[in-house]
Design a protein around this ligand. Structure first.
Ligand SMILES: C[S@@+](CC[C@H](N)C(=O)[O-])C[C@H]1O[C@@H](n2cnc3c(N)ncnc32)[C@H](O)[C@@H]1O
Length: 203
């Protein structure tokens, strides 16, 4: 990606004020954001073959199409988006690539239609800030991810960015804490883990 393309993407993201992110502007979602790379996401998710993983707000599949192959044929990536058009877009790209382990569900992240503790990991990239009640979303993620699982939030400097201190506050409010953090404040990944009963420590 050229510096000019990265600059255009960054500026356009910052200017866009609508939530959820408009499908009509989907072309921008195919531009990787500076420092919010798949490699960094992978290092936070620590994926293993056979795992069941949840992505909230996949957009057009920038992360999903690279995450699903890492789970292998026995693993599964559930993608949840409030916009059916986004899910259809990811699924048609997945089909063209021969990926068969992605399962789409249209839902609001504030009401996830899954049983408790069914996922090994969950992530959302530049999506949390678009959701009206981030604490409700984090509560839902904590509920559907196994207590030993990983929850990863990626955020980028746009109008909807959840800043690191705000994320830490939301996380603490629902019994999670920031376990690991990579990247500068304007483009970071945070791995969240449940607080220990009676303390703020990790697992
Ligand atoms: C900026 S896009 C990010 C897409 C992708 N993760 C990326 O980095 O390219 C945010 C996504 O979150 C979805 N979204 C927004 N609010 C949501 C909600 N309440 N529940 C589920 N998905 C939501 C949008 O439809 C959109 O696909």
């Amino acid at each position: 990606m050229t510096a000019a393309a990265a600059g255009t993407a960054a500026l356009s993201f910052w200017m866009l004020d609508s939530a959820p992110y408009p499908y009509a502007q989907r072309w921008l979602l195919s531009l990787p954001l500076p420092l919010l790379s798949q490699g960094r996401l992978d290092s936070m998710l620590e994926l293993r073959h056979g795992e069941r993983v949840l992505e909230v707000g996949p957009g057009t599949g920038l992360q999903a199409l690279q995450t699903a192959p890492q789970l292998g044929p026995d693993g599964r990536l559930d993608i949840v988006d409030i916009q059916q058009e986004m899910l259809d877009h990811v699924m048609s790209r997945a089909e063209r690539r021969g990926l068969t382990n992605i399962v789409p569900t249209q839902a609001d992240a504030q009401h996830l239609p899954f049983e408790n503790s069914v996922f090994d990991a969950a992530y959302l990239v530049t999506a949390l800030g678009e959701i009206p009640q981030p604490e409700v979303t984090l509560t839902e993620l904590k509920r559907v991810v196994k207590p030993t699982g990983r929850i990863v939030v990626g955020e980028f400097f746009d109008r909807h960015q959840v800043r690191r201190a705000t994320l830490a506050r939301h996380a603490n409010a629902v019994g999670l804490h920031v376990n690991r953090l990579i990247g500068p404040p304007f483009s970071y990944y945070a791995q969240l883990a449940p607080c220990r009963p009676g303390g703020s420590g990790g697992r």
